[in-house]
Write a protein that binds this ligand. Structure first.
Ligand SMILES: [Zn+2]
Length: 390
């Protein structure tokens, strides 16, 4: 009894120590064994033995010699980012974008397919084909495809079931189960705005920032909330439906049942609807071209949308007191013509205390925030398992 108890404890300690060594190489590599020992407080013999396990597991590799502090030059260790590959998917209303990334999130391959508001059957078929194609593009690696992350334009519960995707009109879909059954790897499904928030936090404009609100402005508006560098998902995973903030008391009716919702005035849809009414092109890229050419009516339209965008952002700022608000998804392409009006509206409508530190940024990854964040979900799940196996 006593013996097995000891073994249990030792296994646990080894697991914890392996995770410590692994994380220090992952976050601070290249490092030598001596540097890992210094940083972690673990003795050199323990570090050497754990490093050997990680090298055997192909998760860490020796990359040659580093600088010496007098004695023999130490061998440097680096996380093996090509030990496996992740797939990220951004399932849009009229497109699917997919990336294949290594385990540091670098994009190895990227593909995009357009679709026309597919029904459920053809949507799932296209999704499956797209994942198949990305799997076929993956280089040989010890762990192969470690997981799939998918961002979807709808409300997703914590079991990866789409409950409501109004712009796709799909109803309830057990998407995580479906994709896991097909591909036999761990699958994470999340709302595209959450995925986008994660993408910007990890790889984009939100890097190193603790409190970040990501506003995905596409056909609708969604938001992803990062607090203390972690995605805030609410009690059931439904937080961030801020596209339905009421900003006009007697405003237009919304399909959500409310009226005067923010996304009716500040989304890409709102922009195109207004453009149509004014006889301007009803396509975002054409409107951008027309703004570039200096067309006054187009510039005024962008200013008006920007000012509504800023009004909603002001509400969010007053609630969350974030370090940054990042405007992402398709409308981030028009940042040049929105920026000033957004900032003005925010300055006018927020409490002055917030303004000293708060910055408004546009997504670094432009319309790729969600697909990169989706891939990160898959990577993060895999790395979590590595830490627990040791
Ligand atoms: Zn609404």
């Amino acid at each position: 009894m006593v013996k097995s108890q000891q073994t249990g404890d030792q296994t646990m300690i080894k697991k914890i120590n392996t995770a410590i060594v692994f994380d220090s190489v992952l976050k601070n590599g290249p490092l030598s064994r001596a540097q890992i020992s210094e940083r972690s407080g673990l003795n050199k013999a323990t570090v050497s033995s754990l490093v050997l396990d990680l090298i055997d597991a192909k998760l860490v590799e020796e990359i040659g010699q580093g600088e010496s502090n007098g004695g023999r030059k130490p061998v440097m260790l680096l996380f093996n980012a090509q030990a496996g590959y992740a797939i990220g998917i951004d399932l849009g209303v009229n497109y699917i974008r997919g990336v294949l990334t290594d385990l540091l999130g670098h994009v190895i391959e990227e593909r995009e397919w357009s679709m026309k508001r597919p029904d459920l059957t053809s949507g799932l078929k296209q999704l499956t084909e797209c994942i198949d194609k990305l799997i076929a593009l993956a280089p040989e690696s010890p762990y192969g495809i470690v997981g799939i992350g998918i961002g979807v334009p709808g409300i997703v519960d914590d079991k990866g079931t789409i409950l409501f995707a109004p712009n796709l009109e799909w109803g309830r879909v057990d998407l995580q189960q479906y994709v896991e059954d097909k591909f036999r790897v761990p699958v994470t499904i999340d709302n595209e705005a959450n995925a986008g928030a994660q993408g910007e936090q990890k790889y984009g404009a939100g890097r190193g920032i603790a409190h970040q609100i990501y506003v995905s402005v596409g056909i609708g508006i969604g938001t992803g909330i990062i607090l203390h560098k972690e995605l805030y998902k609410g009690a059931s995973g439904f937080s961030g439906e801020l596209g339905h903030l009421s900003i006009e008391y007697n405003g237009k009716p919304c399909r959500c049942g409310n009226q005067g919702c923010w996304e009716l005035y500040a989304s890409e849809n709102a922009l195109l609807e207004q453009a149509g009414k004014q006889g301007l092109p009803e396509e975002l890229d054409e409107l951008i071209a027309s703004a570039e050419a200096g067309d006054e009516r187009t510039l005024a339209l962008f200013r008006s949308i920007g000012s509504y965008l800023g009004a909603g952002i002001a509400n969010i700022v007053n609630v969350f007191n974030p370090d940054v608000v990042i405007i992402g998804n398709r409308m981030s392409k028009a940042s040049r013509w929105l920026e000033e009006a957004v900032q003005e509206a925010v300055d006018m409508r927020t409490l002055s205390y917030h303004r000293e530190r708060m910055r408004i940024l546009f997504a670094d990854l432009q319309d790729r925030s969600a697909v990169r964040g989706a891939a990160y979900y898959a990577i993060n799940t895999f790395l979590g398992k590595v830490r627990n196996v040791g």
